[in-house]
Write a protein that binds this ligand. Structure first.
Ligand code: GLV
Length: 328
Protein backbone atom coordinates (compact mmCIF):
# COMPACT_ATOMS: atom_id res chain seq x y z
CA UNK A 1 0.00 0.00 0.00
CA UNK A 2 1.40 3.45 -0.84
CA UNK A 3 2.07 5.71 2.13
CA UNK A 4 -0.56 8.38 2.71
CA UNK A 5 0.40 11.92 1.71
CA UNK A 6 -0.11 14.89 3.96
CA UNK A 7 0.34 18.64 3.81
CA UNK A 8 1.63 20.70 6.72
CA UNK A 9 0.14 24.12 6.04
CA UNK A 10 2.50 26.21 8.21
CA UNK A 11 6.02 25.94 9.60
CA UNK A 12 6.15 23.69 12.66
CA UNK A 13 8.84 22.27 14.94
CA UNK A 14 11.30 20.20 12.83
CA UNK A 15 10.93 17.25 15.23
CA UNK A 16 7.22 17.14 14.38
CA UNK A 17 7.91 17.23 10.63
CA UNK A 18 10.33 14.31 11.16
CA UNK A 19 7.78 12.40 13.21
CA UNK A 20 5.17 12.79 10.45
CA UNK A 21 7.71 11.91 7.75
CA UNK A 22 8.23 8.52 9.43
CA UNK A 23 4.62 7.67 8.49
CA UNK A 24 3.70 9.79 5.50
CA UNK A 25 4.92 11.47 2.34
CA UNK A 26 5.04 15.01 3.67
CA UNK A 27 4.83 18.36 1.93
CA UNK A 28 5.92 20.85 4.56
CA UNK A 29 6.00 24.65 4.60
CA UNK A 30 9.06 25.38 6.73
CA UNK A 31 9.44 28.75 4.97
CA UNK A 32 6.10 29.58 6.64
CA UNK A 33 4.57 31.10 3.52
CA UNK A 34 0.98 32.24 3.84
CA UNK A 35 -0.59 30.37 0.93
CA UNK A 36 -3.58 32.00 -0.71
CA UNK A 37 -6.59 29.70 -0.58
CA UNK A 38 -6.25 28.63 -4.24
CA UNK A 39 -2.69 27.55 -3.56
CA UNK A 40 -3.72 25.65 -0.46
CA UNK A 41 -6.35 23.81 -2.51
CA UNK A 42 -3.83 23.06 -5.24
CA UNK A 43 -1.31 21.72 -2.69
CA UNK A 44 -4.02 19.56 -1.13
CA UNK A 45 -4.52 17.62 -4.36
CA UNK A 46 -3.54 13.99 -3.76
CA UNK A 47 -3.25 14.55 0.00
CA UNK A 48 -5.19 12.50 2.53
CA UNK A 49 -4.39 14.67 5.52
CA UNK A 50 -3.62 18.26 6.40
CA UNK A 51 -1.99 19.76 9.49
CA UNK A 52 -3.55 23.18 10.09
CA UNK A 53 -2.71 25.80 12.69
CA UNK A 54 -6.06 27.54 12.97
CA UNK A 55 -5.81 30.11 10.19
CA UNK A 56 -6.74 27.87 7.27
CA UNK A 57 -10.45 27.88 6.46
CA UNK A 58 -11.74 24.38 5.72
CA UNK A 59 -15.26 24.58 4.30
CA UNK A 60 -17.59 22.94 1.79
CA UNK A 61 -16.12 24.79 -1.20
CA UNK A 62 -12.58 23.67 -0.35
CA UNK A 63 -13.66 20.12 0.44
CA UNK A 64 -15.49 19.85 -2.90
CA UNK A 65 -12.16 20.49 -4.63
CA UNK A 66 -10.17 18.09 -2.43
CA UNK A 67 -12.04 14.79 -2.74
CA UNK A 68 -9.15 12.66 -1.42
CA UNK A 69 -8.90 14.51 1.91
CA UNK A 70 -9.73 12.36 4.95
CA UNK A 71 -8.55 14.38 7.97
CA UNK A 72 -7.77 17.96 8.99
CA UNK A 73 -5.80 18.15 12.24
CA UNK A 74 -5.82 21.57 13.90
CA UNK A 75 -2.94 22.57 16.15
CA UNK A 76 -5.36 24.61 18.29
CA UNK A 77 -8.13 23.90 20.71
CA UNK A 78 -10.41 26.36 18.88
CA UNK A 79 -11.68 25.18 15.51
CA UNK A 80 -13.69 28.10 14.16
CA UNK A 81 -11.63 27.76 10.96
CA UNK A 82 -13.45 24.46 10.38
CA UNK A 83 -16.98 24.24 9.00
CA UNK A 84 -17.64 21.12 11.04
CA UNK A 85 -21.03 20.20 9.52
CA UNK A 86 -19.50 20.53 6.01
CA UNK A 87 -16.58 18.33 7.04
CA UNK A 88 -18.91 15.74 8.51
CA UNK A 89 -21.07 15.82 5.38
CA UNK A 90 -17.94 15.26 3.26
CA UNK A 91 -16.80 12.40 5.53
CA UNK A 92 -13.66 14.32 6.56
CA UNK A 93 -12.47 13.90 10.14
CA UNK A 94 -11.68 17.04 12.14
CA UNK A 95 -9.42 17.01 15.18
CA UNK A 96 -8.31 19.76 17.56
CA UNK A 97 -5.74 20.00 20.36
CA UNK A 98 -7.57 20.24 23.68
CA UNK A 99 -6.20 19.74 27.18
CA UNK A 100 -2.50 20.30 26.52
CA UNK A 101 -2.77 24.11 26.59
CA UNK A 102 -5.20 24.59 29.47
CA UNK A 103 -2.88 25.79 32.24
CA UNK A 104 -0.59 27.81 29.94
CA UNK A 105 -3.56 29.65 28.44
CA UNK A 106 -5.06 30.27 31.88
CA UNK A 107 -1.72 31.77 32.96
CA UNK A 108 -1.92 34.21 30.05
CA UNK A 109 -5.51 35.12 30.89
CA UNK A 110 -4.25 36.06 34.32
CA UNK A 111 -1.23 37.89 32.91
CA UNK A 112 -3.52 40.08 30.79
CA UNK A 113 -5.85 40.63 33.72
CA UNK A 114 -2.97 41.72 35.98
CA UNK A 115 -1.38 43.85 33.27
CA UNK A 116 -4.64 45.61 32.40
CA UNK A 117 -5.83 46.16 35.97
CA UNK A 118 -2.40 47.37 37.15
CA UNK A 119 -1.62 49.32 33.94
CA UNK A 120 1.66 47.45 33.44
CA UNK A 121 2.26 48.12 29.74
CA UNK A 122 0.96 51.68 29.95
CA UNK A 123 3.38 52.34 32.83
CA UNK A 124 6.25 50.76 30.93
CA UNK A 125 5.60 52.96 27.88
CA UNK A 126 5.53 56.00 30.19
CA UNK A 127 8.88 55.04 31.69
CA UNK A 128 10.52 54.22 28.34
CA UNK A 129 9.30 57.53 26.93
CA UNK A 130 11.37 59.28 29.62
CA UNK A 131 8.29 60.79 31.25
CA UNK A 132 9.02 59.49 34.77
CA UNK A 133 10.61 62.39 36.61
CA UNK A 134 8.93 62.27 40.04
CA UNK A 135 6.69 60.01 42.14
CA UNK A 136 3.17 61.44 42.32
CA UNK A 137 1.05 59.44 44.77
CA UNK A 138 -1.57 58.81 42.06
CA UNK A 139 0.84 57.88 39.25
CA UNK A 140 -0.51 54.96 37.21
CA UNK A 141 -2.93 53.89 39.91
CA UNK A 142 -5.06 50.98 38.82
CA UNK A 143 -7.42 48.41 40.28
CA UNK A 144 -6.81 45.63 42.78
CA UNK A 145 -6.99 42.07 41.54
CA UNK A 146 -6.70 40.23 44.87
CA UNK A 147 -9.93 40.08 46.80
CA UNK A 148 -12.00 41.45 43.89
CA UNK A 149 -14.80 39.78 41.95
CA UNK A 150 -13.82 37.87 38.83
CA UNK A 151 -16.39 37.10 36.14
CA UNK A 152 -15.51 34.29 33.75
CA UNK A 153 -17.56 33.92 30.59
CA UNK A 154 -17.04 30.39 29.23
CA UNK A 155 -16.38 27.72 31.84
CA UNK A 156 -14.65 24.96 29.92
CA UNK A 157 -11.24 23.63 30.92
CA UNK A 158 -9.49 26.99 30.56
CA UNK A 159 -12.24 28.95 32.32
CA UNK A 160 -12.06 26.52 35.23
CA UNK A 161 -8.27 26.86 35.41
CA UNK A 162 -8.67 30.66 35.59
CA UNK A 163 -11.31 30.25 38.31
CA UNK A 164 -8.91 28.15 40.40
CA UNK A 165 -6.21 30.80 40.07
CA UNK A 166 -8.63 33.54 41.10
CA UNK A 167 -10.28 31.72 44.00
CA UNK A 168 -7.29 29.90 45.46
CA UNK A 169 -4.42 32.24 44.58
CA UNK A 170 -5.96 35.69 44.74
CA UNK A 171 -8.86 35.25 47.16
CA UNK A 172 -11.34 36.42 44.53
CA UNK A 173 -15.09 35.85 44.47
CA UNK A 174 -15.60 34.02 41.19
CA UNK A 175 -18.75 34.25 39.09
CA UNK A 176 -19.08 32.36 35.84
CA UNK A 177 -21.45 32.25 32.93
CA UNK A 178 -21.64 29.31 30.57
CA UNK A 179 -24.11 27.72 28.17
CA UNK A 180 -24.66 24.99 30.72
CA UNK A 181 -24.18 25.15 34.46
CA UNK A 182 -21.48 22.97 36.01
CA UNK A 183 -22.51 20.26 38.47
CA UNK A 184 -22.47 21.65 42.02
CA UNK A 185 -19.43 19.59 43.06
CA UNK A 186 -17.43 21.05 40.13
CA UNK A 187 -18.54 24.58 41.00
CA UNK A 188 -17.27 24.00 44.51
CA UNK A 189 -14.02 22.45 43.31
CA UNK A 190 -13.15 25.59 41.33
CA UNK A 191 -14.76 27.99 43.82
CA UNK A 192 -17.20 29.59 41.35
CA UNK A 193 -20.87 30.60 41.39
CA UNK A 194 -23.11 30.58 38.31
CA UNK A 195 -24.59 33.91 37.16
CA UNK A 196 -26.54 35.20 34.20
CA UNK A 197 -24.41 37.21 31.76
CA UNK A 198 -25.96 40.56 32.70
CA UNK A 199 -25.55 39.90 36.43
CA UNK A 200 -21.94 38.87 35.88
CA UNK A 201 -21.17 41.99 33.84
CA UNK A 202 -22.79 44.24 36.45
CA UNK A 203 -21.10 42.59 39.42
CA UNK A 204 -17.60 41.63 38.31
CA UNK A 205 -14.58 43.86 38.81
CA UNK A 206 -12.74 41.94 36.10
CA UNK A 207 -14.31 39.99 33.24
CA UNK A 208 -12.46 37.30 31.29
CA UNK A 209 -13.88 35.87 28.05
CA UNK A 210 -12.90 32.28 27.20
CA UNK A 211 -15.82 31.40 24.95
CA UNK A 212 -15.31 29.41 21.73
CA UNK A 213 -16.31 31.47 18.69
CA UNK A 214 -19.57 30.50 16.99
CA UNK A 215 -21.84 32.68 14.84
CA UNK A 216 -24.23 32.90 17.84
CA UNK A 217 -21.42 34.30 20.01
CA UNK A 218 -20.50 36.99 17.44
CA UNK A 219 -20.15 40.37 19.22
CA UNK A 220 -21.70 38.96 22.39
CA UNK A 221 -19.96 41.86 24.13
CA UNK A 222 -21.05 45.09 22.45
CA UNK A 223 -21.95 48.59 23.61
CA UNK A 224 -25.02 47.39 25.53
CA UNK A 225 -23.05 44.79 27.48
CA UNK A 226 -20.13 47.14 28.17
CA UNK A 227 -22.64 49.68 29.49
CA UNK A 228 -23.54 47.19 32.24
CA UNK A 229 -19.95 46.95 33.46
CA UNK A 230 -18.47 49.00 36.30
CA UNK A 231 -16.46 52.08 35.22
CA UNK A 232 -13.54 50.57 37.13
CA UNK A 233 -13.83 47.18 35.40
CA UNK A 234 -11.35 45.46 33.13
CA UNK A 235 -12.25 43.19 30.21
CA UNK A 236 -9.92 40.41 29.04
CA UNK A 237 -10.40 38.34 25.89
CA UNK A 238 -8.46 35.12 25.28
CA UNK A 239 -11.28 33.41 23.35
CA UNK A 240 -11.64 34.76 19.82
CA UNK A 241 -11.69 38.31 18.51
CA UNK A 242 -15.18 38.12 17.07
CA UNK A 243 -16.70 37.82 20.55
CA UNK A 244 -16.26 41.58 21.08
CA UNK A 245 -17.49 44.53 19.04
CA UNK A 246 -14.04 46.14 18.92
CA UNK A 247 -15.29 49.57 17.81
CA UNK A 248 -17.65 49.67 20.79
CA UNK A 249 -14.84 48.56 23.11
CA UNK A 250 -12.43 51.18 21.79
CA UNK A 251 -15.06 53.85 22.25
CA UNK A 252 -15.71 52.70 25.84
CA UNK A 253 -11.98 52.64 26.63
CA UNK A 254 -11.49 56.10 25.16
CA UNK A 255 -14.42 57.50 27.11
CA UNK A 256 -13.28 55.83 30.34
CA UNK A 257 -16.55 53.89 30.34
CA UNK A 258 -14.50 50.92 31.61
CA UNK A 259 -11.01 51.20 33.05
CA UNK A 260 -8.95 48.87 30.88
CA UNK A 261 -8.84 45.82 28.65
CA UNK A 262 -6.42 43.03 27.80
CA UNK A 263 -6.77 41.40 24.40
CA UNK A 264 -4.89 38.46 22.92
CA UNK A 265 -7.29 37.84 20.02
CA UNK A 266 -8.73 40.17 17.37
CA UNK A 267 -11.53 40.03 14.88
CA UNK A 268 -9.39 40.62 11.80
CA UNK A 269 -6.10 39.24 13.14
CA UNK A 270 -3.28 39.58 12.39
CA UNK A 271 -4.65 43.05 11.57
CA UNK A 272 -5.62 45.00 14.68
CA UNK A 273 -8.42 47.56 14.72
CA UNK A 274 -6.69 51.00 14.59
CA UNK A 275 -9.17 52.34 17.14
CA UNK A 276 -7.80 49.85 19.66
CA UNK A 277 -4.21 50.66 18.76
CA UNK A 278 -4.97 54.29 19.56
CA UNK A 279 -6.12 53.47 23.13
CA UNK A 280 -3.53 53.58 25.90
CA UNK A 281 -5.60 51.62 28.43
CA UNK A 282 -5.57 48.33 26.56
CA UNK A 283 -2.90 45.64 26.68
CA UNK A 284 -2.52 44.01 23.27
CA UNK A 285 -0.74 40.70 22.56
CA UNK A 286 -0.53 38.79 19.25
CA UNK A 287 -2.53 35.61 20.02
CA UNK A 288 0.14 34.10 22.27
CA UNK A 289 -1.93 32.66 25.11
CA UNK A 290 -0.62 29.13 24.49
CA UNK A 291 2.87 30.27 23.53
CA UNK A 292 5.34 28.46 25.76
CA UNK A 293 7.81 25.96 24.36
CA UNK A 294 6.39 22.85 26.10
CA UNK A 295 2.79 23.77 25.34
CA UNK A 296 3.26 24.69 21.67
CA UNK A 297 5.26 21.45 21.23
CA UNK A 298 2.54 19.43 22.98
CA UNK A 299 -0.09 20.99 20.69
CA UNK A 300 1.96 20.20 17.57
CA UNK A 301 2.61 16.63 18.72
CA UNK A 302 -1.08 16.11 19.45
CA UNK A 303 -2.06 17.32 15.98
CA UNK A 304 0.59 15.03 14.48
CA UNK A 305 -0.58 12.10 16.63
CA UNK A 306 -4.11 12.67 15.37
CA UNK A 307 -2.91 12.39 11.75
CA UNK A 308 -0.87 9.28 12.55
CA UNK A 309 -3.60 7.83 14.75
CA UNK A 310 -6.23 8.16 12.04
CA UNK A 311 -4.43 7.62 8.74
CA UNK A 312 -1.95 4.98 9.96
CA UNK A 313 -3.86 3.28 12.77
CA UNK A 314 -7.53 4.23 12.39
CA UNK A 315 -7.67 5.75 15.91
CA UNK A 316 -7.42 9.56 16.24
CA UNK A 317 -6.92 10.88 19.77
CA UNK A 318 -9.18 13.93 19.85
CA UNK A 319 -11.78 13.73 17.06
CA UNK A 320 -14.41 16.46 16.80
CA UNK A 321 -16.76 14.55 14.49
CA UNK A 322 -16.13 10.88 15.32
CA UNK A 323 -19.31 9.99 13.44
CA UNK A 324 -17.37 10.08 10.16
CA UNK A 325 -15.11 7.24 11.28
CA UNK A 326 -15.64 4.10 9.36
CA UNK A 327 -16.35 6.12 6.23
CA UNK A 328 -12.71 6.94 5.66
C1 GLV B 1 -5.66 29.11 20.25
O1 GLV B 1 -6.26 30.13 20.14
C2 GLV B 1 -6.28 27.83 20.26
O2 GLV B 1 -7.48 27.75 19.94
O3 GLV B 1 -5.60 26.84 20.54
Amino acid sequence: MPRPSILIARAIFPEVVDKLAAHFDVEANQADEIWPREQLIQRLQGKQGVFTTGGERIDAALLAQCPGLKICANMAVGFNNFDLPAMTAAGVLATNAPGVLTETTADMGFALLMAAARRVTEAEHYLRAGRWDRWPCDMMIGQDVHGSTLGIVGMGRIGQAIARRGALGFGMQVLYHNRSRLPEAEEQAVGARYAGLDELLRTADHVVLVVPYTPEAHHMIGAAQIALMKPTATLVNIGRGGLIDEDALAQALRAGRIAAAGLDVFEGEPKVNPALLACTNVVLTPHIASATVPTRKAMAHLAADNLIGYLAQGRPLTPLNPEVMGEA
